[in-house]
Design a protein around this ligand. Structure first.
Ligand code: COA
Length: 179
């Protein structure tokens, strides 16, 4: 399989493909949430694309069939994820990881194309030209995705829940600059 990584705008055929892939990936366990594709469409178009540092990519097969997607932006005060993680961490750790951070917000690869390197290529390219000090993300402890992030240089920051009685998540971070 040969794929290519392309920039993703938040409307048009590539965007529709990205939403489809995202919905298919998160319909599988442990998420089992088939509605998540439509939720992310609204969040990306109305909220996330306006955030500083927003960038988004898709992996496509010849003919522009989308098999993977990812995006992120700068974390900052007033954002739900940033503020929730900030409060959960001791002040020094929070300052270290969150004061100049890029958030890897979402990544998904079509179930039929997983474990072939698409996710790795998306992560590498998404982070390639970032100038922030850190990249941070959260991932459910019962998913295998944390193994992939470790291989890309992410370390464990903490384990926490984001909602009462919600699933536990690892919060992970990678240093993009050494200062
Ligand atoms: C996580 C994910 C983006 C990785 O993409 P990928 O193209 O499979 O990644 P790569 O081929 O570069 O790396 C494969 C590694 O990813 C992880 N992985 C593979 N399938 C996975 C899955 N269904 N769920 C979680 N992690 C998975 C494993 O660590 C795997 O290593 P292995 O093949 O040695 O077991 C993709 O599997 C996916 O979309 N999973 C479902 C959605 C998800 O969990 N997103 C991340 C939320 S934080």
């Amino acid at each position: 399989m040969s794929w290519q990584i392309k920039p993703l705008a938040v409307r048009g055929p590539l965007f529709e493909g990205a939403i489809r892939v995202y919905g298919d990936a998160f319909a599988e366990p442990p998420y089992s949430d088939p509605d998540r594709g439509e939720e992310i469409r609204g969040r990306m178009q109305e909220l996330h694309r306006h955030r500083q540092g927003f960038n988004a990519l898709v992996a496509v097969l010849p003919g522009d069939e989308v098999v993977g997607m990812t995006y992120g932006y700068n974390g900052g005060p007033g954002q739900w994820w940033h503020d929730t993680v900030l409060k959960a961490l001791p002040a020094k750790l929070a300052a270290d990881w969150l004061s100049d951070s890029y958030e890897l917000v979402e990544i998904a690869v079509s179930p039929s194309h997983q474990s072939r390197g698409v996710g790795s290529a998306l992560i590498r390219q998404l982070l390639e030209a970032r100038s922030e000090r850190t990249c941070v993300l959260s991932t459910r402890t019962d998913s295998r995705a944390h193994e992939l992030y470790r291989r890309h240089g992410f370390e464990m920051i903490t384990e926490m829940v984001f909602a009462p009685r919600g699933a536990p998540f690892y919060v992970m971070g990678k240093r993009l600059r050494e200062d």
